[in-house]
Design a protein around this ligand. Structure first.
Ligand code: FE2
Length: 448
């Protein structure tokens, strides 16, 4: 392990978090900063301002109602100038059908290299697909970020959606209004819609994936007959304790994404000035290695939904705005079974990425940092070599190790951006991986 990596891991351990998913938390970084027994006293301790951040309508049912109370040095309205429009040319929002220049097809990309110019988490965001509609609060965007420098005096807030962040290379400090989180490859973090944050690099250039979720907030899926345990367990989700920056006299910017467009306003102090907070509308981090996969223990292959970590529901029961699905280390033990994912066509659209290792259905050509897109009703499945190998191998218990692939699976068809259609990392010949799947049927019975 490198010295840099060791320092990173130590720093990740020194941060404090509160465990649990969907809890009503309370935290203060100075004693007595958090009002007790009420939300909005006539005067707050330390001269703080009280401010509510609502993640659901006030009248949402109790089980879905999300809001937090923030006690801060200045209210959020206190920025120095009005908002101006600004460009963020590679970060696109749905709808982008004018972008959809490619004939419909199965698609795959190699990892996108770091650009020569300076990029941070915002300017390095590269949108690959979009679907749905930001104004309709439905759909997602799938992005890759390529950052080689930290954000310092730029602070970002996204009114269009929450952001699920998956590092693939390099670790991040995500400093939100509610505190700091450190994550690296194999972790995720979610920053809620409308929450201010900035991202610093902890160990060099950083690449990863982002699901920008315009729809209902991500939550844990029901487990049904699986029962009360396994899959993602609530205690493994970590919400930061209150922390703040006390910075005055800076030439900073608030960058706001709203309605698919970017806006900026000057600010002379850090807006990460929340000294105490309570509530259940919160950022969180999660170590994907704590996910407990469940699968077939005698025969056949369940639907990939068995690997759902988080789901953002739509108004139609069982039909997700987006599911975040993980393919982690696991044992394959099914007897007399074709063990990789089967061939299929799916009404949902599947964006996949690979954080590390090898994905069993595509041992060649799908590289860590790369991605694939299997859109609504487009057929896909194992490539020829994976099919022949899995069809002819002797079936013994086998462990898939050091592998972590994932999927953003959405009910909406995904549209490829102009950028993603034209980068040289798009593989022209992806569909060739199914060439050679020849006819074996000759009308006579028997195993072929
Ligand atoms: Fe699929």
């Amino acid at each position: 392990m490198s010295q840099q990596r060791r320092v990173l891991l130590e720093s990740m351990e020194t941060l404090s978090y509160m465990p649990g998913f969907g809890n009503d938390f309370e935290t203060e970084s100075l004693p007595g900063a958090l009002p007790q027994g009420m939300n909005s006293p006539q005067k707050c301790n330390y001269g703080l301002y009280a401010e509510q951040l609502s993640g659901s309508p006030f009248t949402a049912p109790r089980a879905e109602n999300e809001r937090s109370w923030l006690y801060r040095m200045r209210p959020s309205v206190r920025h120095a100038t009005k908002f101006d429009r600004m460009d963020m040319p590679y970060w696109r929002s749905a709808p982008t059908r004018e972008d959809a220049e490619l004939p419909i097809q199965q698609l795959r990309w190699d990892p996108i290299p770091f650009p020569a110019e300076d990029t941070d988490f915002l300017t390095g965001m590269r949108t690959i697909t979009t679907c749905g509609d930001t104004d309709g609060q439905a759909g997602i965007a799938s992005h890759v970020y390529l950052a080689n420098r930290s954000m310092d005096t730029d602070y970002f807030t996204n009114a269009d959606g929450e952001m699920l962040i998956l590092p693939q290379e390099g670790a991040l400090e995500i400093f939100t209004e509610m505190g700091r989180m450190h994550i690296g490859p194999g972790d995720l973090a979610v920053v809620p819609r409308g929450m201010m944050f900035k991202v610093a690099l902890l160990d060099g250039p950083a690449r990863g994936y982002v699901c920008e979720n315009y729809g209902g907030t991500l939550t844990l899926p029901d487990r049904g007959p699986i029962g009360a345990n396994c899959l993602a367990n609530p205690r493994d989700f970590k919400t930061p304790v209150a922390d703040y920056e006390d910075r005055e006299g800076i030439s900073g910017r608030i960058i706001l994404k709203w309605g698919g467009r970017f806006h900026q306003a000057a600010i002379d102090h850090s807006p990460l000035d929340v000294v105490a907070w309570h509530g259940n509308y919160v950022p969180y981090a999660y170590d994907l290695r704590t996910y407990s996969p469940v699968g077939a223990i005698l025969f056949d292959h369940p639907d990939p939904s068995i690997f759902t970590v988080l789901t953002a529901p739509s108004e139609t029961p069982g039909t997700a705005n987006v599911d975040f699905i993980l393919f982690p280390d696991r044992w394959l033990v099914a007897e007399n079974t074709f063990r990789p994912p089967w061939y299929h066509r799916n009404i949902m659209s599947e964006f996949m990425g690979l954080i590390f290792g090898v994905y069993d259905a595509k041992p060649e050509g799908f590289k860590p940092g790369g991605m694939s897109l299997h859109n609504c009703m487009l057929p896909h499945g194992p490539d020829r070599d994976a099919f022949e190998g899995a069809s002819n191998t002797e079936l013994k218990p086998e462990k898939l190790e050091n592998t972590m692939a994932f999927m953003f699976e959405t009910r909406f068809p995904q549209h490829v951006t102009h950028y993603a259609a034209h980068i040289e990392q798009r593989q022209d010949n992806y569909a060739d991986c199914w060439e050679g799947l020849e006819r074996k049927f000759d009308g006579t019975p028997g195993i072929k």
